[in-house]
Design a protein around this ligand. Structure first.
Ligand code: SF4
Length: 214
């Protein structure tokens, strides 16, 4: 089996394993998802989902965030960690969306990554989940599992492993499958293929996963 054939088999098997490929962050509109993803950096989705209801109640739309005092935003998101930089980024990205993008969350990686605090992981997620475009979201689960599966490789001390893996995935996973595949990898990382232990004996991917078949 070629790597591309294995990738296709993994994509299909994961559809059976995780039929609901949904983002676990809670949101009602594109801006709320963007802010939730910014908050999720080095924080769990569960923690973000605990703070965002009060944050979004206090600042219900783009105008409210643009007028908000950065310190007040920080008070609402303190428990997510790095709240000083995250609150500055949230305020800054809202102001930029208003001034540069006509009040609409942009729909391209190039534009999204110009926003403060928004990297390729966040930009890919917004493109996939909000706009139905390709979304190759490379987080810690994807970095770990794509290598265990033998789909991607990065050298030790690689300067930007996430970008390298994204580029490799773009050659292996069809655009139309990319966003759902990335959500399924997160679910799989939590369920069976964690950083601490890969439960290969329970995993339906063992016949197509390099870690298991090598
Ligand atoms: S076979 Fe093991 S290493 Fe491969 S995806 Fe499953 S749990 Fe992870």
């Amino acid at each position: 089996m070629t790597k591309k054939e294995r990738a296709a088999a993994i994509v299909e098997k994961m559809k059976q394993m995780y039929p609901d490929a949904l983002c676990s962050l809670q949101y009602n509109d594109p801006l709320q998802l963007l802010i939730a993803v910014v908050l999720s950096a080095q924080c769990t989705d569960a923690r973000v989902n605990k703070v965002t209801p009060a944050l979004f109640a206090r600042f219900p739309d783009l105008d409210a965030f643009c007028e908000a005092d950065v310190e007040e935003i920080g008070e609402y998101i303190r428990s997510c960690g790095f709240y000083n930089s995250k609150s500055k980024n949230i305020s800054g990205l809202c102001k930029m969306i208003q001034s540069e993008y006509g009040g609409k969350v942009p729909d391209s990686i190039e534009e999204l990554t110009k926003l403060p605090g928004v990297g390729r992981k966040t930009a890919n997620l917004i493109c996939g989940d909000v706009y139905g475009k390709d979304g190759y979201v490379v987080d810690t689960h994807m970095i770990r599992i794509s290598q265990r599966m033998g789909l991607c490789t990065v050298k030790e001390n690689e300067s930007n492993p996430a970008l390298k893996i994204e580029m490799q995935l773009r050659k292996l996973i069809p655009e139309s499958e990319s966003s759902d595949f990335c959500h399924r990898i997160v679910l799989h990382g939590r369920a069976l293929c964690s950083a601490r232990k890969a439960k290969c004996e329970q995993c339906a991917l063992s016949d197509v996963c390099k870690q298991k078949i090598k």
